[in-house]
Design a protein. Structure first.
Length: 508
């Protein structure tokens, strides 16, 4: 899947693209990190690093239908919210909320974070979202959740003891006290939360007490991190977790966004995972700069192999970066039907439908190009950039020999361009282009340019579409762009898929 490591200067975000709500733990000199996945399956991507800068996805915690129930009518930006990943007593523990009605909080464990993970342990006595796990010296396991409240649980069975008790909920009057994490550091228990909402007012605050149940004294410098009301290139900073490195230094992982274009600033990649140094002053954490350039680290960097740009679908198992909408039945998505090809069999009739058969990967770069070789002799399908059912662009090929660019923006759906195709498989393409003219306060972040390529390499551009309509500021929600493949009717076969980072937009 990858080439040899290429040393690159350390930069933020450390995990780019739609990878929000990071939770981290260290085992020896190895770091492990989990992120939210919302309506996508498999759920909860897991990463490994040796230096906190270079990360490799090693799997997904909830990769079996028996662990994760996301019915076809579950909403976009629903599903799995805000995991907490911890290592305790020789095992990895991951607790997370499935906000799908009737689901709630659940817990899985593993001895190897790459999997397999256990079947889900239900936690019906734990309400709310954003659950955290912490163990005290007596072996009691405390689950703290958004609001902020706390209850003792048996993590082996899901049993709860007593009723949830409110604890410190941050700055009086601040919106959305959530994302609690409880730590025993030195003589104090620290309760760190996010507040202000996950938009521009996002921030991190902390309090400390002598027991895991409080009472908690707020830090006099709260919020200890926020970029609200600043011109910094990284915004919406919050939902953080702390980790102590092997050398004793402290670090914070957090989510943030990189707005582009004019007003109000459009973020297209979703909320990404950033890294910041932490020092301690008078028993309180002080967060260093969260900037695109990381400070010099006190240990050698450990670069990892660069992900391959092309997936030839030669393996029986898909790479862990591939995600589907809500489920992935083998009868609808397989690499075993035609060797060396991915076959998608349609279920929903278009990307407007929640049960469409779609296989994608997160857009992780502000500028990129994606290409695929598709055979649509048995059905219609193609290449799409998706935010949700009401916000997506696609280029679709049909058995009748037509390529069409489809744009869905809210309640509007249109065919932006059409082109007759020669017989046989065709290469469909999309790349980021310059933002539409004129450049002023309303200028969007980029454009998305769709086209086709002939076998001789001749490229034909069909349509250039304004990228702002595939941004969170337009569509709402908690996710980012996902680039991938879909089937709208029949069976559609894909020989390969390329995703190439670009250094800047291609002229439209």
């Amino acid at each position: 899947m990858s080439d040899q490591p290429t040393p690159t200067p350390p930069s933020n975000p450390v995990i780019p693209g739609f990878h929000p709500d990071p939770s981290i733990c260290r085992v020896g000199e190895d770091y492990y990190l989990a992120c939210s996945s919302f309506e996508y399956f498999p759920g909860i991507p897991l990463f490994h690093s040796r230096d906190l800068v270079h990360w490799t996805q090693i799997g997904n915690a909830l990769d079996r239908p028996s662990q994760l129930h996301l019915p076809p009518d579950s909403r976009s930006s629903g599903g799995l919210y805000a995991p907490t990943l911890r290592h305790h007593a020789g095992r990895f523990w991951l607790i997370v909320t499935n906000v799908t009605p009737g689901e709630g909080n659940l817990l899985v464990t593993a001895t190897d974070p790459a999997g397999p993970w256990s079947d889900s342990i239900r936690l019906p006595g734990v309400p709310g979202i954003d659950p955290d796990l912490a163990w005290d010296e007596e072996g009691n396991c405390w689950c703290t959740f958004a609001g902020v409240a706390q209850i003792r649980i048996d993590p082996h069975t899901g049993e709860t003891f007593g009723e949830p008790q409110p604890v410190w909920s941050g700055t009086p009057g601040a919106a959305a006290p959530e994302a609690p994490h409880l730590y025993h550091i030195g003589e104090y228990w620290y309760l760190m939360i996010a507040e202000g909402g996950t938009e521009r007012g996002h921030g991190v605050s902390i309090a400390r007490g002598s027991s895991p149940n409080g009472p908690f004294e707020p830090c006099p410098s709260n919020p200890i991190l926020t970029h609200r009301s600043t011109t910094r290139p990284i915004q919406n900073t919050g939902h953080a977790d702390l980790v102590q490195a092997a050398d004793g230094s402290w670090w914070m992982v957090l989510l943030g966004v990189r707005p582009q274009g004019g007003t109000p600033g459009w973020h297209i990649l979703g909320r990404e995972t950033f890294l910041a140094p932490v020092s301690w002053v008078d028993g309180w954490p002080v967060v260093g700069e969260v900037s695109p350039e990381l400070p010099e680290l006190p240990w050698p960097l450990a670069p990892v192999p660069v992900p391959a740009e092309r997936d030839d679908f030669e393996s029986n198992e898909l790479w862990p970066c591939w995600i589907s909408l809500r489920d992935r039945p083998t009868e609808h998505c397989t690499t075993k039907e035609r060797p060396g090809w991915l076959t998608l069999r349609a279920r929903g009739g278009s990307l407007d439908e929640p049960d469409v058969v779609f296989l994608g990967r997160r857009q992780q770069h502000l500028a990129f190009r994606a290409r695929t070789l598709v055979d649509t002799t048995e059905g219609s399908g193609g290449l799409a950039v998706r935010l949700d059912e009401r916000h997506h662009y696609a280029i679709e090929a049909t058995p009748e020999g037509t390529a069409r660019v489809i744009a869905r923006i809210g309640s509007l759906r249109t065919v932006a361009a059409e082109l007759p195709l020669p017989a046989g498989p065709v290469i469909l393409t999309v790349h980021t282009g310059e933002a539409p003219q004129p450049h002023d306060a309303r200028t969007g972040p980029d454009s998305l340019v769709f086209g086709v390529e002939a076998t001789d390499g001749t490229a034909t551009q069909l349509a250039s579409l304004d990228g702002r309509y595939l941004s969170t500021e337009v569509a709402g929600g908690f996710t980012g762009r996902v680039v991938g493949l879909y089937a709208a009717s029949g069976a559609v076969h894909f020989d390969w898929f390329d995703y190439t980072p670009l250094t800047g937009p291609v002229a439209s």
